[in-house]
Design a protein around this ligand. Structure first.
Ligand code: ZN
Length: 240
C-alpha cells in the first residue's frame, strides 16, 4: 500500500524529525508538500492562554505541510515596488496538519486534505515544481562541480536528467552558477557591452550563437586587424 493511502486522521508520529522523514518519503510517490504555518513550543509556552507547559524537545506544537498551490497568494512585496512573479498559490486545499498531543506526547494528524484542485498533478508537473529542492546530493555535487569547471548549463541539464532524473531548468543552473562564482550577471553585461563596442566597427565580425533555448553556445569574434594578420601567412592546412 502506498504511504499516501496509508495516511489517516489521528495517525501519530513521535517527533518532528519523524514527520520530516515521512514527508520526504512521500516524494517517492510524487507528492511534494512544503512546510506551512508551524507553532513552535516556545511560542506556545509563551502564550499565557495556554495552561500547560510543553517540553521544548518537541520543537513544535503545530506543524502544517501543504501543497505548493495551497491557499491564496499574499503579496509580500512593498506595494507597487515590483510585479508579482511566479505566483504559485492557487487555492489548492491539500494539506496535512500535525498537532502535538500533550498527554500522549505524540503528534496527531488533525487535518488531512489530499485532493489537489485547480492545478495539474501529473508526475511530470510535480517534478518540475520540485526541481532543485529535491535534487539528491550526488546530483547536486555533480552540478556544482560541472558548473565550476565551466560546463554549459544546457549540457549539464541533459546529464542531470539522464543520469539522475533531475528536472532542472537551465535558469536554475545559471542561478547555481551565479552563486558559485559571484556576480556572473555583471560579468555577462560587461561582456555584452564589450562585444557591442567591437561591433561598432563594421569591419569587425561579431557573432553570438544561441541554442534553441536562447542560451549562448558560442561567441565568434574576428577583428579587422586579425584578418590583416592572415595575409602574413602563406598557405595553411587546418585539421579538425
Ligand atoms: Zn495541490
Amino acid at each position: 500500500m502506498s504511504l499516501l493511502k496509508s495516511l489517516a486522521l489521528n495517525q501519530t508520529f513521535d517527533s518532528n524529525s519523524e514527520i520530516v522523514e515521512f514527508i520526504k518519503q512521500l516524494e517517492t510517490e510524487n507528492v511534494y508538500l512544503r512546510r506551512g504555518h508551524c507553532e513552535s513550543i516556545s511560542s506556545y509556552n509563551n502564550d499565557r492562554r495556554n495552561q500547560i507547559v510543553l517540553d521544548e524537545k518537541f520543537k513544535f506544537k503545530r506543524i502544517q505541510y501543504m501543497c505548493l498551490h495551497f491557499g491564496n497568494h499574499k503579496s509580500r512585496s512593498v506595494k507597487g515596488a515590483r510585479l508579482n512573479q511566479n505566483v504559485m498559490p492557487n487555492n489548492c486545499p491539500v494539506q496535512i496538519r500535525f498537532v502535538l498531543n500533550p498527554v500522549s506526547e505524540k503528534f496527531e494528524i488533525k487535518v488531512l486534505e489530499l485532493e489537489h484542485k485547480d492545478h495539474p498533478v501529473s508526475a511530470e508537473h510535480v517534478k518540475t515544481y520540485a526541481r532543485k529542492r529535491h535534487m539528491n546530493d550526488e546530483a547536486l555535487s555533480f552540478a556544482n562541480g560541472a558548473l565550476s569547471a565551466g560546463a554549459q548549463p544546457t549540457k549539464i541539464r541533459k546529464i542531470l536528467q539522464d543520469k539522475f532524473g533531475s528536472n532542472l531548468i537551465s535558469k536554475d543552473l545559471i542561478n547555481m552558477k551565479q552563486k558559485l562564482i559571484g556576480n556572473l550577471e555583471d560579468d555577462w553585461s560587461n561582456s555584452v557591452s564589450f562585444l557591442d563596442s567591437l561591433q561598432q566597427d563594421p569591419n569587425n565580425v561579431v557573432k553570438v550563437l544561441h541554442d534553441p533555448e536562447g542560451e549562448v553556445t558560442a561567441i565568434f569574434v574576428q577583428l579587422e586587424k586579425q584578418r590583416k594578420l592572415y595575409k602574413m601567412y602563406g598557405k595553411v592546412v587546418v585539421f579538425f
